[in-house]
Design a protein around this ligand. Structure first.
Ligand SMILES: NC(=O)c1ccc[n+]([C@@H]2O[C@H](COP(=O)([O-])OP(=O)(O)OC[C@H]3O[C@@H](n4cnc5c(N)ncnc54)[C@H](OP(=O)(O)O)[C@@H]3O)[C@@H](O)[C@H]2O)c1
Ligand SMILES: [Zn+2]
Ligand SMILES: [Zn+2]
Length: 362
């Protein structure tokens, strides 16, 4: 067992330095009996990794090392982690959450992700010493939030499943998507492309809705049967009245206009799910309640997934080969900066994964 004492990473010491990533070293919080130490092999670059360091949600606690789509090997564990849970040498993945209180209503009913004392892998509102993300040599976390990866999912491909994959599946599970459900996925980025694959795996008929035609071919290859470019088809809303049981908006930002338009394409009792917490130019959504009543519409939001859902997601991904489409970049300061800049231009098909950790961190 090798207990880690120092962790090397890449992140930001000041928001104004964004997107120029810097080298950062930190001391992990003391090992708790339920913790494991993980040597990181790969980490996906989630859309949220652009928001947190820049302060889109709230001013970040600095320094900040992003990364919450982590795959690595367990190299050390606390005294209460037994071999039935996790063994030294296991290949595990970690998503956006790394701890919760364990004894509230939510934690005791498989809703740990919504625990009011939940601790994020990185990007917490309050400063938590010794807690940073996966653009780093190692991570120390509660073993309940580290998940064994099915053997048929390669390491680099597995990484994006832990935040993006889970987040793409959750709204489909909440809305009971199954065989024959008409599903529209809006925003074909990291999460959106996995939404297409998971919706198909659940048996749905999937329509991809994107801002241009540039992702059409790939979206159809991933399993969509229809593709709408909002730019090229100005009449798409009227043409698709009553077309969808479920619409999942996976774009980086949302606003009242978008929500109102999307509801107009729902069938009665249809369901619109939002995954971004960021609205453009408005503090809050300003919705007409009559519009909701007249259509028996439901609007909801989701927050990634709790441990039981993450285990189900991994099983589904393994059985249906829901393997994200990735572009690997060796981890170093330049490539982290480049990945964050390119994500904002939607210039990746569809998820960057940082690799080559041994080369950089030794
Ligand atoms: N709820 C959760 O648990 C959770 C978890 C992870 C991430 N998120 C959030 O989910 C969002 C998407 O994450 P991601 O990793 O999929 O990001 P991403 O890879 O950057 O994809 C976002 C997609 O949104 C569309 N888009 C780009 N700019 C936009 C804008 N200004 N307004 C609306 N849509 C825009 C683009 O799709 P097209 O080119 O097809 O139009 C883009 O590919 C982020 O805001 C992230 O913070 C939420
Ligand atoms: Zn994420
Ligand atoms: Zn709790």
């Amino acid at each position: 067992m090798t207990e880690i004492t120092k962790i090397q990473g890449i992140g930001f010491t000041k928001t104004e330095n964004y997107p120029n990533a810097e080298k950062i070293e930190y001391t992990p919080a003391p090992l708790k009996p339920t913790d494991v130490d993980i040597k990181i092999l790969a980490c996906g670059v989630c859309g949220a990794d652009t928001h947190f360091p820049r302060g889109d949600f709230f001013p970040p606690q600095l320094p900040i090392i992003p990364g919450h789509e982590i795959v690595g090997i367990v190299i050390n564990k606390g005294s209460e982690v037994n071999d039935n849970d996790i063994k030294i040498g296991d290949r595990v993945g970690i998503g956006a959450q790394c701890d919760s209180c364990g004894n509230c209503y939510r934690c005791e009913n498989n809703h740990e992700v919504n625990c009011k004392k939940s601790i994020l892998t990185y990007g917490n509102f309050h400063k938590i010493d010794g807690r940073q993300g996966g653009y780093a040599s190692h991570i120390r976390i509660n073993h309940k939030f580290a998940f064994q990866i099915p053997d048929n999912i390669p390491t680099n491909v597995a990484a994006p499943l832990f935040c993006g994959g889970m987040t793409s599946l959750s709204p489909l599970l909440i809305t009971n998507v199954g065989k024959g459900t008409e599903v529209a996925i809006v925003g074909i980025g990291g999460i959106g492309h996995m939404s297409i694959m998971f919706a198909k795996a659940l048996g749905a008929n999937v329509t991809a809705i994107s801002s241009s035609n540039s992702k059409k071919e790939l979206a159809l290859k991933l399993g969509a049967t229809r593709f709408i470019s909002t730019k090229d088809d100005p009449d798409y809303l009227t043409k698709n009245e009553d077309a969808f049981d479920v619409i999942v908006h996976t774009g980086s930002f949302v606003n009242t206009k978008t929500v109102t338009e999307l509801i107009s394409m729902l069938r009665p009792e249809g369901n619109l799910q939002l995954i971004t917490g960021l609205s453009t130019g408005e503090e809050a959504l300003n919705l007409n309640p009559f519009m909701l009543c007249a259509n028996n519409s439901k609007i909801g939001g989701i927050y990634s997934g709790s441990p039981s859902k993450i285990k189900f997601m991994l099983k589904l991904a393994s059985e249906h080969e829901v393997f994200p489409m990735i572009e690997c970049l060796d981890i170093n300061q330049e490539n982290v900066t480049q990945a964050l800049v390119r994500i904002e231009k939607s210039d990746v098909k569809f998820r960057f994964v940082l690799t080559g950790y041994d080369k950089y961190f030794g």
